[in-house]
Design a protein around this ligand. Structure first.
Ligand code: NAP
Length: 330
């Protein structure tokens, strides 16, 4: 395939990340067709010249390159591998690129199924957050060789500023999970630090500024701790997606008989946060777990929903309510 401005592009999943990515593809002058489960989230793109398709299959049928930016591995499996899914519906020679943070094994399955059909699929999870998607400066983590991805590079560059080639199907997802376990521990780290500063009678904003200028800082702290401090819990990056990512990393580690104690702690906290009603809050809402019950209630959380022996939403072990940092009312 030779990519030109006449190439036809499809993008499925116009949510927090997919919509701005699609916007950059449009701005670069490509012909773009979009599909999203909830159509209203694509209206802004349609107003800017994107075409609407009534299904993933219809979006993909004439496309040279198909992007997906969905929520969960289950969504990816449905959209690619169902009878009327992308693997069947896309034309021969098409590129199918999954930007979702999803399962490495599923990425390998999709790659192999496409190869049989003379189509080229690779996983391409992203990092950089909503702000990176809006600015077109995402980092792409490609589960393919540079040579394999080269034909679509100009298109990928419309919404990214850095590209890493991990060399084979599923390896982009494994690398992304490495990023997520590191991020998860950064979130727990700054939440711990804020609680300690507050209980120690310090000016929390001043302490965060100090940490950000030293070795204890992180991009997560710089960008998200001020939101936690301001009580701004709007997503960004959803708590339920963080829980999904850490669950995927735990599964990957378990397959390798590897312990990830930092990720375990973060999983317990995010699982608890989701259980008490925080699924659709931004990940910076982790600090609510350290605050008194009134603050949690004001943010829409309900501690009575957590049951010590209850199973986690993804079928993993129960979040231990006693593992919350200080507990409601403290
Ligand atoms: P989001 O806003 O929930 O977007 C996901 C979109 O996929 C939604 O619009 C959803 O439709 C659509 N979708 C799901 N299943 C579908 C299907 N079967 N057919 C058509 N559309 C479908 O989430 P997001 O924040 O953009 O995140 C997307 C992915 O990127 C996640 O895997 C996340 O972990 C990852 N990620 C997110 C960030 C971030 O900062 N937000 C950063 C890096 C990576 P509905 O509108 O109907 O729900």
């Amino acid at each position: 395939m030779v990519l030109t401005k006449k190439s036809r592009i499809a993008l499925i999943g116009t949510g927090i990340m997919g919509a701005p990515i699609a916007g950059h593809i449009l701005d670069a002058g490509y012909d773009l067709t979009v599909y999203n489960r909830t159509r209203c989230k694509a209206e802004g793109l349609l107003a800017r010249g994107a075409h609407w398709a009534d299904s993933p299959a219809e979006a993909a049928r004439e496309a040279d390159v198909v992007f997906t930016m969905l929520g969960y591995p289950g969504d990816v499996e449905d959209v690619y591998l169902a009878t009327d899914g992308l693997v069947r519906a896309a034309k021969k020679g098409a590129y199918l690129i999954d930007l979702t943070t999803s399962s490495p094994q599923l990425a390998r399955d999709i790659h192999d199924a496409c190869e049989v059909e003379d189509k080229f699929a690779f996983d391409c999870p992203v990092t950089g957050g909503q702000s990176g998607a809006e600015a077109g400066t995402l980092t792409l983590i490609i589960g393919a060789t540079e040579e394999r991805a080269r034909p679509v590079l100009p298109l990928l560059q419309t919404f990214s500023s850095k590209v890493y080639y991990m060399g084979g199907a599923g390896k982009g997802q494994v690398a992304k999970l490495c990023n997520q376990v590191s991020l998860a521990s950064c979130m727990v780290g700054y939440a711990d630090a804020m609680a300690l500063a507050e209980q120690g009678g310090l000016d929390v904003a001043q302490v965060l500024d100090m940490i950000g200028h030293g070795m204890g800082g992180s991009v997560a702290l710089d960008r998200l701790a001020p939101k936690s401090l301001d009580g701004d819990y709007r997503p960004g990056f959803l708590c339920e997606h963080m829980r999904k990512d850490i669950a995927l990393a735990r599964q990957q580690a378990e397959d390798m008989d590897l312990a990830l104690p930092g990720a375990e702690t973060a999983f317990t906290l995010y699982d608890t946060l989701c259980e008490i009603g925080g699924s659709r809050l931004g990940t910076q809402a982790i600090t609510l777990l350290y605050q008194d019950e009134a603050a949690a209630t004001a943010a829409g959380l309900d501690w009575s929903l957590v049951e010590p022996a209850q199973g986690g939403a993804d079928g993993t072990d129960a979040a231990d309510a006693s593992a919350q940092p200080s507990g409601p009312g403290n």
